[in-house]
Design a protein around this ligand. Sequence first.
Ligand code: GLU
Length: 374
Amino acid sequence: MIRGRSDLSGVRRIVVKIGSSLLADATSGIRREAIDRLADEVAALHARGIEVAIVSSGAVALGRVRMGWGDRKLTVHEKQAAAAIGQPHLMRAYSRAFERHGRMVAQMLLTKDDLRHRRRYLNASNTSETLFSAGVVPVVNENDTVVVEEIKFGDNDSLAALVSLLIDADLLVIMTDVDGFYDRSPEAPGARRLDVVEHLTPAIIQAAGGVGSSFGTGGMASKIDAVRISTRGGVAVAIVNGQRRHALSSLLAGADTGTLFLCSGDRHSKRQHWIADVLTPVGAVRVDAGAERALLECGGSLLPVGIIEVTGHFDKGECIDIVGQQGKPIARGLTNYNAEDLRRIQGHPSQEIESILGYMDFSSVIHRDNLVLL
Ligand code: GLU
């Protein structure tokens, strides 16, 4: 686990996320020199035995240029078409750049849905392990052609965070066009770059522009969201300026460059991370004060007796939120009963489940092992 800059020299596996602005040019298309430079840096890490996966944007930007669509606003389907057009050009540039170092690259296109299904998640994880052991560099992007805005990762920052957990990396490096994370807009007078951040405090979240907004070109709100996902799963995150030469090697050498975010508290188990950060809840149960206390303070399972309301339609095995006294989700987990059956057993002690439903698979509604406090 990375506890400070001096630990960065010991990383074994990293994810490097690089954004469209560094890779694509609105007029001439791909910035081949930027991809070559990244490949050179990654090759230097390979020589030290460090494994690297790249999460690369740029498909839509390249497709747009190739189609001569300028900077006009594209419809969702035009964006998807642009991604389909741009992606092979992006991969060709990576392929050429890594060939110079005798390495092959592999394209991994993922959607949020892929990671939501446990089996597909494990398949993606096994594929990346096989690529690493074959010495091939995974280049990941969102599979833009099959998803629309509502079900997209939103941006490649959160995709990169999930990939960092998927491949069990030590570090996620987000390359952007500012020098790191600043305590206010980098252009504002007196703005100060933060060196190492131990916890994501409300002040930091506010400095990032709050949820859903961002300042300057850094798009910091989505980056801070990615930081939250990765660090909670035990992966440190560095935000660095990808325009600087040797950005990666100087970061790993411990230089005072960019901003390093350390892991927060306990490392979530893989299963808990999957529940908390990958799955989208499809329903909710509201619980009474006793159940809330049992969950928060005693680490208990959720029992039917503590449930006062069930919302939504869901099947057993699906992910649901547990809403507390304040009306906000306090936990999330995989339910052992479907919504209809839950409505019938809510408020009843577990011993009555069998007589009410005619069967009892589990005495708890959500077992502790399938539950994550938020
Ligand atoms: N997947 C998109 C692309 O390759 C980029 C998403 C983003 O990071 O904005 O063009």
